[in-house]
Design a protein around this ligand. Structure first.
Ligand SMILES: [Zn+2]
Length: 265
């Protein structure tokens, strides 16, 4: 593993910028390993506000609203390791391969991002090197360690989605997102449907793809881990009470699935 650039030689993140990686419960004993690519909405100080008003920087275009509160609670309830990323997806989207155009978006929904216009290759590389790379290298290292120690590992990537996108309302409360894994998504879908009160999306509102996603293809599929993504609608996890309720529900459901998978994983 390459060593990460020391903060002293950093060109982007300074002493007043937070570490890109947030981690909780690293010693957790659960087979579940949670990731959250759009957990935070920090912007490195040198990038200012990316030319956007505050109103845009708190919207879904900047981060996955509500997911941090669910992810932290879920990780505690299941005694599971959570690895999350603190910088806004508008700075660099940590769930996009860095070579695709939406990695550092010029447009998100209907908002143009002035701070991303005319970016030099060096500027783009800097965001990758100081935000994207440390996050994904850390996930990689944690998976390496778990596999080395023969620890069962089920990767679950946590996201949230906006209730209305480009004027179109989304009916789903929660969706599973997957591509090649045939083990966990069907179990999760049937457990969610059995709840009785949920509109469940099967690869809705998004499906996972190699060009539109990074965490599941790279850390889940390429490593041969049982995996899925979960998307929760943002209006359902807007406050702490709701986040707790969803964390409780998902802990119960995933806990039971973990038991079922015991012999397979
Ligand atoms: Zn997301």
């Amino acid at each position: 593993m390459d060593s990460e650039p020391a903060r002293e030689t950093s060109l982007l993140l300074g002493v007043n910028d937070v570490d890109p990686v947030f981690e909780q419960n690293a010693g957790g004993r659960s087979p579940f390993l949670f990731t959250s690519d759009h957990f935070g909405r920090q912007i490195p100080k040198p990038l200012g506000d990316l030319g956007l008003p505050e109103g845009e920087l708190v919207r879904h275009i900047a981060w996955d609203i509500g997911i941090a509160g669910v992810a932290e609670r879920l990780s505690r309830l299941l005694d599971a390791h959570l690895i999350a990323q603190c910088y806004s997806r508008l700075v660099i989207d940590c769930n996009r391969p860095p070579h695709v155009a939406s990695s550092i978006p010029l447009l998100s929904e209907a908002t143009t991002i002035p701070g991303n216009e005319g970016l030099s290759r060096t500027d783009a590389e800097m965001r990758r090197r100081e935000i994207f790379d440390p996050y994904h290298r850390h996930i990689d290292a944690v998976i390496d360690q778990r596999l080395h120690n023969k620890r069962p590992t089920i990767l679950v990537s946590l996201h949230s989605f906006t209730p209305v996108y480009a004027g179109v309302a989304r009916p789903w409360h929660i969706g599973t997102l997957y591509h090649r894994d045939r083990t966990l998504p069907p179990l999760l879908l049937s457990a969610l449907r059995a709840e009785g009160d949920l509109v469940v999306g099967d690869n809705e509102p998004y499906a996972v793809g190699d060009e539109t996603d990074y965490t599941i293809p790279v850390h889940g599929e390429a490593r041969g881990l049982i995996n899925t993504g979960i998307e929760i609608r943002q209006d359902l996890i807007a406050d702490e009470i709701a986040q707790q309720r969803w964390a409780d529900r998902l802990a119960r459901i995933l806990g039971a699935i973990g038991e079922t998978l015991g012999p397979k994983r």
